[in-house]
Structure formats: C-alpha cells, structure tokens
Design a protein around this ligand. Structure first.
Ligand code: CA
Length: 495
C-alpha cells in the first residue's frame, strides 16, 4: 500500500467518523451453524479408490481404472449393512438464515431422495446416468475419485483432436480469419462451420445438466478430494440444488471462437463455465474448489494479438437466477471468476440475482470476484489473495448496472503495485456499501477511496444500496474471517 493511500485511508476514515476497528464482529438474530461435526472418511471407503488413482491419471490407465473393483458400488457386506457415515453430508440441507438461498422455504437439494436415488459415481457414464437428464426426481449423487468429462462412454479419454471434425484445424482457422486479411466481420465459412461442429461434439460430452431437487457431493477428506475435471455443470431453470465438497477443474474449451468486435481489439470467446446457473433458484454451493488447474490461460499462446483463452467463468449466475448462497469455497487461478448478471439490458434480472457470498477465498483471480448487475449481493467475510507475481490483475469487485453490493468485513492481500482503489471497478454502477474492509492488514474505506481515485469516467458511488441483509450467519471481523477462510474454505474441508 502506497503512503498516499495510507494517508488517504486514515484521513477518510477519520472524516467519516469510522473507528479504526470498524470490523467488530456482530451477531445476527439467527446465527447459523455451518456444516456438521466431523465424521472422518473411513479408510475402507477411500483407501481402495485412492490407491488406484495414485497410479496416475485414470484415463491414461483406463483399463485398470474401469475394470478394477468399484468398492463403492459393489457393495458387498459392510457398505450395505453398516450405516454410511457419508450419507450425512448427502442429506444435509442449508442451515436456516444462511444467506439468500435460505429465503422462501430454504434449500434442501436432494435430501428427500429415496434410497434408489442415492448414487455413488466414479466415472462420467455413472454421473450422467445419475443426473438422469436433469430430471426433477430428488437425488443425491456422491462423486468419488476423479471424473473426467472428456471421456467416451467406455471411460477412455477424449482429446481435442478426437472432437475435431469436418476438416477443422486451428492453423486453418487462424489463416481464414486473420484480421489483416479477413477484416472485422464475424467469422463465417467452412472453418467456422467446422469449428462449430467440433465444439458441439465436445459440448455433448462436457455439458452436464443438473435438474431440480439434486444434491451433488464429493466423497473426500483433506487428502483425497473428489474431482470433476473438464465439466460444465449447468443448472438451467433448476430449483433447489446443492453442490458441496467437490473440486471442479479446468472447464477447457477446445474450440474458442474469434470475436473481432469484442472489446475494440477483438477477443477469443470460450464456452464453458465450471458451474453455470441460468434461471436457477434456491442453490447452495459450499466447500467447492474451482480453478483452471492444469491449464492456466496465461500459458496459452497469443493469436491475433489476444490471449487464446480456454476458460469462461468459474461460477456464472445469470438469466434471472435467484436466491443463491455460495459459502466456504475457493475460486482460484482464473481470469473471470464470477459473473452475476450478464447484460445491462437484461431487465428480467431486475429484482432477481439475489446472492450471498460468504467465507470464500478468491486467489489468483484476475477479475469478477464477483462482477454484479441488478442483484442484491451480500458479500461478507471473504478473503482475497493476489499473489506477488501477478501481472494481469484487473479488479476484484465489479459494480455494474443497478447492482446493490453490500460488502462487510472482507480481507484483501495484494502485492505493492496494487492499490486500494484498484479493488473496485464500476461500469454504470451507482451504489456500493462497504464496512470493515481490511487491506493488507489496514482498515480501509473502499468506497471513499474508490470515489477519491476513480478515473473520472465513472460517477461517484453512494453507500445507499437500498437494502440491508437479514439472512446470514455470524459475521466475523475481517481479521478472524481471513484466518478461518484460509484454513477452512474449499473441497475436503467440511468440518
Ligand atoms: Ca459464462
């Protein structure tokens, strides 16, 4: 933090009559208990799976993986006769008052599933069967080990080359649509047609529709995290869904499209969010870890002077989705992490997009943590980490059209070249409420500093967001939350 900003922060806090430690903990009326008492994963359950996984990528060793005994499904003896301790988390429901997803009857996911609709899955085919085409039947799906969505029905790994069809090649695509010869028209013709056909083949594998009344949980502990690789979980119009204790990795697009008119310079557009809530309601996402692990976009080449991106959002919440709680999760190693509202003209989002984000960690995220349009978003007790070697950081909290972000007691850790005013960015935003923010250990008034240092192209933001959150658990000081989130957020860490 530069000296002028320390001075600015101190001065502004003084002017506003904010005490130096404005982040005192406060208790809500309905203090919620998160999670449940620890029940360690029994060794009989995890050991055989992890042993087979440790031999390497299961899809490079497909035969061994497929034909090895599936201890969770071939339930001889103990699994059937002794109570399954892991069914506890499968039947968990969102605690009362725990964020927006607790409104209007709360969120129970698949807790009402009968025994015939409780599944343990270890490969894509099993997961697809359990998801049942996005049916509304109450169901609990437990993921064990690592599932790669880029696999065929036999579990064999599919590469980008396997999806490519109709003569698509990146080399030919680049030659066809080079702005120096093609210009700025939207790509069309044989290579774009071939790209679309190829992309459809990948989409058919990696887009997985999650229906109403579904709970998806990973079976794991801190040493054996359940992983879903390459998939895009899509909740389209689904109501009452829970996703917990799962690592979602690398929703990698083999066939990005060139958009010559995006952002002035053109850009590569990718197709897949790890999780996409589209018109979804009553969703609780908890203790997940979501990242580009394995394929960072910064390692991708540059084509047409733009980074050849492979990933879209980690968790995007759009199209009038509503009543969402995202808690104790890690969003990491990614560019555009979380978009809440995807268009300034999407007025159907007005009065919707109500989201609570608490006790999450955003680490090595370039932007959108989150970016908000329209929604009433309660952002409390989150931890932001921008690593020292970061070069492309843009902002953390994006305030856009008609958004009402209510931020309390969040902690930021940044290297020296990032300043307080960089943490917030506004496009057509008018309001932003914040208290209790810690910036590299210093209490700061994000709003006052944003207004003091904004570029002039954006108007000042006011603190009146027009609402006050009432649905939340205990709100810790930023300092306490920072410590707890560092220790407890992400898959494999349900206490
Ligand atoms: Ca998206």
């Amino acid at each position: 933090m530069r000296l002028r900003h320390i001075i600015a922060a101190t001065a502004l806090l003084g002017l506003l009559g904010v005490p130096a430690h404005a982040d005192d903990a406060k208790l809500s009326a309905g203090s919620a208990v998160m999670g449940r008492p620890s029940s360690a994963t029994p060794s009989w359950l995890v050991a055989p799976l992890s042993a087979s996984l440790e031999r390497g990528d299961p899809h490079r060793d497909g035969a061994a993986y497929r034909h090895s005994p599936a201890p969770l499904q071939d339930a001889a003896g103990p699994q059937r006769t002794s109570p399954d301790p892991l069914s506890d988390i499968g039947r968990d429901t969102l605690p009362a008052n725990d964020g927006w997803a607790a409104a209007d009857g709360g969120t129970t996911g698949g807790a009402a599933a009968d025994d015939a609709h409780v599944y343990t899955v270890t490969d894509r085919a099993g997961l697809v069967r359990a998801l049942d085409g996005g049916s509304e039947t109450p169901k609990i799906i437990k993921i064990a080990g690592t599932i790669d969505a880029n696999t065929d029905d036999d579990g064999d790994r599919l590469t980008c080359a396997d999806y490519a069809t109709d003569g698509y090649s990146l080399k030919k695509y680049l030659a066809a649509y080079d702005p120096r010869t093609w210009g700025t028209a939207k790509p069309s013709g044989p290579q774009e047609e071939a790209r679309k056909a190829s992309a459809a083949r990948q989409a058919e594998r990696v887009q997985l529709t999650v229906g109403s009344n579904t709970t998806i949980v990973g079976i794991s502990d801190s040493k054996n995290t359940a992983v879903l690789k390459g998939a895009s979980l899509q909740l389209k119009g689904a109501n009452n869904v829970i996703v917990r204790n799962l690592e979602l990795r690398d929703a990698y697009d083999c066939f990005p499209v060139w958009q010559p008119n995006t952002g002035g310079l053109g850009d590569w557009k990718t197709a897949y969010d790890n999780i996409w809530l589209r018109g979804a309601t009553h969703v609780w996402i908890d203790h997940v870890t979501v990242s580009d692990k394995g394929h960072p976009d910064e390692k991708e080449p540059t084509y047409f002077a733009r980074n050849y991106l492979r990933h879209d959002g980690l968790l995007d919440i759009t199209n009038a989705s509503d009543l969402i709680t995202v808690s104790w999760s890690r969003f990491a190693d990614h560019d555009k992490a979380m978009l809440i509202g995807n268009g300034d003209t999407a007025t159907g989002d007005r009065g919707r997009l109500r989201v609570t984000l608490h006790h999450n960690e955003f680490e090595s995220v370039v932007q959108r943590a989150p970016r908000v349009r329209f929604g009433q978003v309660h952002l409390y007790n989150n931890r932001y980490v921008v690593p020292a070697d970061t070069h492309d950081y843009r902002y953390s909290i994006g305030v856009s059209t008609e958004s009402g972000v209510y931020a309390e007691n969040n902690a930021f850790h940044t290297p020296g070249h990032i300043e307080v005013a960089d943490l917030v960015k506004s496009w057509n935003g008018t309001t932003f409420h914040q208290t209790g923010t810690l910036f590299n250990g210093f209490p700061v008034d994000l709003l006052a500093i944003y207004n003091a240092y904004n570029s002039g192209s954006e108007r000042d933001l006011t603190a009146d967001v027009g609402w006050t959150p009432t649905l939340h658990g205990k709100i810790d000081s930023a300092k306490a939350a920072d410590r707890e989130v560092a220790r407890g957020a992400g898959a494999g860490r349900i206490p």
